[in-house]
Design a protein around this ligand. Structure first.
Ligand SMILES: N[C@@H](CCC(=O)N[C@@H](CS)C(=O)NCC(=O)O)C(=O)O
Length: 249
């Protein structure tokens, strides 16, 4: 059997990477997974000629596709036979929802988590970055973690005040999503599973840790976040994320 032509560069912890990976799986598109050393992603992107250095990016036979949304666009026209579209019946509405989820919930859930985890217990974050790497890159992350952490703290503007601010922004988005689902609809825009649903579920997955998630078995939440999450467990949107993962992942 030949190995797939496309290579998806990821961090196992990244919810945007999970979004791209889930979409490729949904479309039935074969790819190889390339777990990446944090920091090296930018040099790899430059070498490959990617338009952006953040992960995920997909090195495919016809070019490098950077960003989870662009990877879904690319995959949509390359679906395997019988695999459903993610565009929905109103693609503009779906893309508007996806953009908001990417720009607000995705960013603030990440800053809420890292603002506590990387400041209070950075060692708890390392295994999910190093676990899937081959021996030498794994050693590089293990030995270099003390230098990687301050760069992540500066790069994402982390701190106690920032964490509290992101928590509020995130809760506002959970209220908005609870409101959208309040009429009992199966998915955010109606009866059909779309890229907006896949985006919402993958970006909120850190708050739910669904058993179908491919990389979160080793995700450790700081105690304060564990307590928050336990209090939010009955929120409609978080229960919905569990259902969406169970039905579609
Ligand atoms: N909107 C982008 C977000 C990508 C993003 O923020 N990726 C993060 C990981 S969650 C990253 O690669 N950070 C390291 C960097 O930018 O160098 C997408 O949907 O792909």
């Amino acid at each position: 059997m030949t190995s797939p032509a496309s290579k998806l560069y990821v961090f196992a912890i990244s919810h945007y990477c999970e979004k791209a990976r889930w979409a490729l799986d949904h479309f039935g598109i074969a790819y190889r997974l390339q777990h990446t050393v944090p920091g090296l992603n930018r040099a790899i992107a430059k070498r490959l000629g990617a338009a952006a250095g953040s992960l995920p990016f997909l090195a495919a036979a016809d070019g490098v596709i950077a960003g989870s949304g662009a990877i879904i666009d690319w995959g949509e026209s390359r679906r395997a036979p019988g695999r459903a579209s993610l565009a929905g019946s109103d693609p503009v509405e779906v893309l508007t929802l996806e953009r908001r989820l990417d720009q607000v919930a995705g960013v603030h859930i990440r800053r809420y988590y890292y603002s506590d985890a990387l400041l209070s217990d950075p060692a708890s974050v390392r295994p999910i970055f190093s676990g899937d790497l081959p021996l030498l890159p794994r050693l590089a992350v293990t030995l270099g973690w003390g230098k990687i952490v301050p760069k992540m703290i500066a790069g994402m503007d982390l701190g106690p005040a920032q964490g509290a601010q992101s928590r509020e922004r995130m809760l506002g988005e959970l209220d908005w999503l609870d409101g959208l689902l309040a009429d009992g609809r199966a998915y955010l825009t109606g009866d059909t599973f779309t890229r907006a649903d896949l985006t919402a579920a993958s970006l909120l997955a850190p708050l739910v840790n669904p058993p179908q998630h491919p990389t979160y078995a080793g995700l450790v939440m700081p105690p304060a976040l564990e307590a928050d999450i336990a209090g939010w467990r009955t929120r409609p949107v978080l229960q919905w994320v569990s259902r969406v993962y169970a039905a579609n992942r």
